[in-house]
Design a protein around this ligand. Structure first.
Ligand SMILES: [Zn+2]
Length: 361
């Protein structure tokens, strides 16, 4: 880049609350965003512009046509590619000084420690409480600052939880069930509302990283763009909150197949992590491929759109329930195996195929 960072960040450094030392502090900060949909993508953009040096972007999903309306810097050319990779590309393209890492994965209790390692603050840009609780519980135990956000229709929420100093998310919102009645497919999503939520969340994180006081710490800010109204609610610790009492040891069963936010779409995890040679499968399914990258192959299978990830994880749309999703995933795994089979090597000669194995232990 031709512009010197000192020039790029001149106005940021001129802020009383930041100064040149603050810019340096932000440049040294490492931030993880779990879920880079509308809100998470806006957070990433504002953090990059604020000079945050290292961003880890975790998302299990692909860019769908209905997502484009609220993803900053993402175009049709990135349709069906993993959201984490598309957002990473957009962020680094405009802010080359940011070190950004894309993690195309489902956050679970089993991988939380690995995925959330070496980070100063974690953002929740998720669309479901099942994963939020995994995040809340991990952050609470690890004493990792957790910035909760959500947005649906013209409303949004932002809260910063830093137990044991503050209560946790589940003190305020325990036992929330995800259901289609709360999903953006039904209620809608506004690009400016997710932008406002992302901008406030990014500013709160910057303040926290700079050691400035925030009224959102230990509270939930509700934003209603219809007024607009801004309501700050102090969260009090629930005496019987199992997370704050350190009693939660195991998360509820995550299941092999889980229906995603509102849509007739499911995320299906393989029983063990695989290492699928996506190029081999792409060859096999070449006529119906919609998009491919190193980490995912997206193709049509009958009336469904299937995303097969390198780890063997499958997202399938147009399904009624988990069991239908699982049936389709079994079919996809069988196809992947067949595509990598030595018997069919003649079809795929010259490519580096034949690899549907577990990674080495
Ligand atoms: Zn709690």
């Amino acid at each position: 880049m031709k512009i010197a960072p000192s020039e790029y960040f001149a106005r940021q450094a001129a802020l009383n609350e930041v100064g040149p030392e603050g810019v340096a502090r932000l440049q040294a900060a490492r931030v993880t965003i779990v879920g880079v949909g509308g809100v998470g993508c806006a957070i990433a953009v504002y953090l990059a512009k604020a000079g945050v040096g290292t961003l880890r972007l975790i998302d299990q999903d692909i860019v769908e046509p209905t997502n484009l309306q609220r993803l900053h810097g993402i175009s049709e050319t990135q349709l069906y590619l993993p959201k984490a990779e598309a957002v990473r590309e957009a962020i680094v393209g405009l802010h080359p000084w940011v070190k950004a890492e894309a993690v195309v994965e489902t956050l679970r209790q089993a991988n939380a420690e690995e995925l959330l390692a070496e980070t100063d603050i974690v953002f929740d840009g998720l669309d479901n409480f099942r994963t939020r609780y995994v995040l809340n519980r991990y952050c609470s135990t690890a004493e990792l600052p957790y910035l909760f956000t959500s947005s649906v229709a013209l409303q949004g929420h932002v809260g910063l939880f830093t137990p044991p100093e503050t209560p946790c998310l589940e003190c305020a919102l325990p036992g929330v069930q995800d259901g289609p009645e709360n999903a953006c497919e039904l209620l809608g999503a506004s690009s400016s509302t997710v932008g406002v939520v992302g901008a406030i969340a990014a500013e709160e994180a910057s303040k926290f990283l700079l050691g400035l006081r925030s009224r959102v710490q230990g509270s939930i800010l509700t934003i209603d763009m219809m007024g607009p109204d801004f309501l700050l609610t102090r969260v009090t610790r629930r005496d019987n909150c199992p997370v704050c009492r350190g009693e939660v040891t195991k998360m509820p069963d995550e299941g092999v197949a889980v229906m995603l936010c509102g849509a007739r779409t499911a995320n299906v995890l393989p029983k063990r992590t695989l290492l699928v040679d996506l190029k081999a499968v792409a060859q096999y399914a070449s006529e119906t491929v919609l998009a491919s990258s190193d980490s995912v192959l997206v193709y049509r299978l009958g009336s469904h759109i299937v995303s097969l990830f390198q780890t063997g994880r499958v997202i399938v749309d147009g399904v009624r329930d988990q069991s239908e999703a699982l049936q389709i995933a079994e079919k996809v795994w069988k196809q992947a195996e067949r595509a990598s089979s030595p018997r069919l090597a003649g079809l795929t000669r010259g490519l580096d195929l034949l690899l549907l194995n577990s990674p080495p232990p």
